[in-house]
Design a protein around this ligand. Structure first.
Ligand code: SAM
Length: 288
């Protein structure tokens, strides 16, 4: 693939202002100015192709969904939090699994607009309530039976923010209830996933607070890649923040593969499963 090294340079990023559908191949498109990608900017820009590029990858249905479904309790008649809901695809899945009500929360108005459209076009019995909140500032007003966060905690740019996120998640959860989080795997965060249209890199040595750059590529190579910056924290740091917030029984689950991968060549997912760039955290809010 032409110019791949160029694109994988984590010090370089695209300017997203006014991006539209590209007429040329993004792998040969010129890079524009270097720019720090603030998370609000990443998810709020209307020109950003997160929906088409990042949410369209097969690891979602073949790996993330089976990994989460394997661990979640029976959701029938429960009140679920889908924290950092993005386009609400997890919220829809939880509704499909019989949840009574799903509070789908995100700080990005743009993501919630996409979520609104996603929810409008499906007929579900359970209620999905969209809420525009910064979870690092959210008050304790909801009492969920289960909380789930798909790719939220690793956006905490310092330990203080990580602790605030965990505290607010705990505050909105019933005592004894579980919290699940898909998250960067602190022990193995870097990933050369070119064949899965995703790459995770860092510019220097990995240490606490290092910036990791996730690059998601469009499967059809029409749209510009999406880049996100997340932060590297050790398992001890995550666990300390969770314990301070009132969680215990913390486990890190490996990703698992769907039973049905017949659409892929044999061994296609082996590299993903043996590298585990993501893991599922499971913990429980203490009872008292
Ligand atoms: C990578 S997307 C994941 C979306 C969805 N959970 C999924 O798995 O497809 C991360 C989401 O986290 C949201 N987010 C990040 N920090 C947040 C915060 N402090 N409060 C609320 N939402 C946040 C972003 O707006 C974005 O929609």
């Amino acid at each position: 693939m032409k110019n791949m090294n160029f694109l994988f340079n984590p010090n370089l990023s695209f300017s997203y202002g006014g991006i539209g559908r590209l007429s040329s191949n993004p792998f040969t498109a010129p890079l524009l100015e270097t720019q720090f990608l603030d998370r609000r900017y990443q998810f709020n820009s209307a020109g950003y192709h997160y929906k088409e590029v990042s949410n369209n990858h097969d690891d979602r249905k073949c790996i993330f969904v089976p990994t989460v479904i394997k661990r979640l309790p029976n959701l029938e008649n429960l009140f679920i939090h889908d924290l950092a809901t993005g386009d609400a695809s997890w919220a829809k899945l939880f509704a499909d699994k019989g949840a009574d009500c799903v509070a789908a929360i995100d700080e990005s108005e743009y993501q919630l607009e996409i979520a609104k459209e996603n929810i409008r076009v499906c007929k579900r019995k359970s209620r999905i309530v969209l809420m525009n909140e910064d979870l690092s500032r959210m008050r304790g007003i909801l009492h969920a039976d289960v909380a789930f966060a798909g790719f939220l905690l690793h956006y905490a740019k310092d330990k203080n923010m990580l602790e605030k996120l965990c505290r607010n998640i705990a505050k909105n959860l019933k005592p004894g209830s579980p919290f699940f989080a898909l998250n960067s795997n602190p022990d193995n965060p870097l990933f050369n996933g070119e064949k899965y249209f995703c790459d995770i890199s860092a510019s220097g040595n990995l240490e606490e607070g290092s910036i990791l750059t996730i690059t998601d590529y469009d499967k059809k190579h029409i749209l510009q890649p999406c880049k996100f910056q997340i932060f590297q924290w050790s398992k001890e740091t995550y666990e300390s923040a969770l314990r301070k917030a009132g969680f215990d029984d913390i486990k890190w689950h490996d990703l698992v593969l769907s039973d049905d991968t017949s659409a892929y060549s044999p061994g296609y997912w082996d590299h993903y499963i043996s590298n585990q760039p993501t893991q599922l955290i499971e913990c429980r809010k203490v009872r008292s």
